[in-house]
Design a protein. Structure first.
Length: 256
């Protein structure tokens, strides 16, 4: 069975666990649930981007090995500030402050939270995500630099499918979702493009129907125009004959 890291992380973050996280951060449970749902695939996308940077894959290997025991002790660590502090520091070291801030702002806007609690939430989730990746070694996967790069690259479709509609627009020019390529295109943008195409198609169809409705009238005009044109041509021909004769008769007289 193919590995799906998004599903594995969300299996650990049960509704009960999310409720405990919300209580620890004094957040609304529904907003927290929304934030977790978007933050998990976004974090995995960000880590995939790290793996593509020089030396980034080895940083991920080291971080994953340090977090192998996090999942077992997570519930006990949740009520302490050390988990948030260490998670935030790890995230900053991996993503860099720019991408970390962009991710925090995007998740906060999407979930309707302020940036402070959202930053703390990401600090809690980062060790869970890295701990889940670290467990893959126990499943027989290599956690070397090439192995972790390959693992994250194989998750592109799963990550893109888990990202909610419109979230990519909130990241602005940040490169967090770059590893996903076209798979990260906002469905809203795709829907807008489809609407424009549909609008153009309807305009063409309306034009065709208007032309089809005008056809009988156009034919009626043609029926009248053809004989009228023929009569005009005949009259022009008849009136031109005397003039031609006069010219022809006048030529010898002038010469004489």
């Amino acid at each position: 069975m193919a590995t799906n890291l998004v599903s594995l992380v969300m299996q650990f973050l049960t509704p009960e666990m999310i409720g405990r996280i919300a209580s620890a951060l004094d957040l609304d449970r529904n907003n927290t649930n929304t934030a977790v749902g978007v933050a998990v695939p976004a974090l995995l996308a960000g880590l995939s981007n790290v793996a593509l940077q020089p030396g980034g894959a080895q940083k991920l290997v080291d971080a994953a090995r340090q977090q192998t025991g996090t999942l077992g002790n997570f519930a006990n660590m949740l009520g302490t500030g050390k988990l948030i502090e260490k998670g935030s520091q790890m995230l900053s070291a991996l993503l860099g402050s720019r991408d970390q801030n962009s991710l925090t702002q995007a998740v906060a806007k999407f979930a309707g939270l302020s940036q402070g609690p959202t930053s703390s939430l990401l600090g809690i989730l980062a060790p869970v995500v890295m701990g889940t990746i670290g467990r893959q070694r126990q499943e027989g996967r290599s956690l070397g630099a090439s192995g972790i790069t390959s693992l994250l690259a194989s998750q592109k479709d799963n990550i893109a499918a888990a990202l909610p509609t419109g979230f990519s627009n909130l990241l602005g020019g940040a490169g967090v979702l770059d590893p996903l390529g076209s798979a990260a295109q906002s469905p809203a943008a795709a829907g807008s493009e489809a609407a424009r195409v549909g609008s153009t198609a309807r305009a063409v169809a309306d034009t065709g129907r208007a032309a089809a409705g005008a056809t009988p009238s156009s034919r009626n005009w043609l029926y009248w125009l053809i004989p009228v044109a023929a009569v005009v041509a005949l009259l022009a021909y008849l009136f031109s004959k005397p003039a031609e004769q006069v010219v022809q008769q006048g030529v010898p007289t002038a010469e004489t």
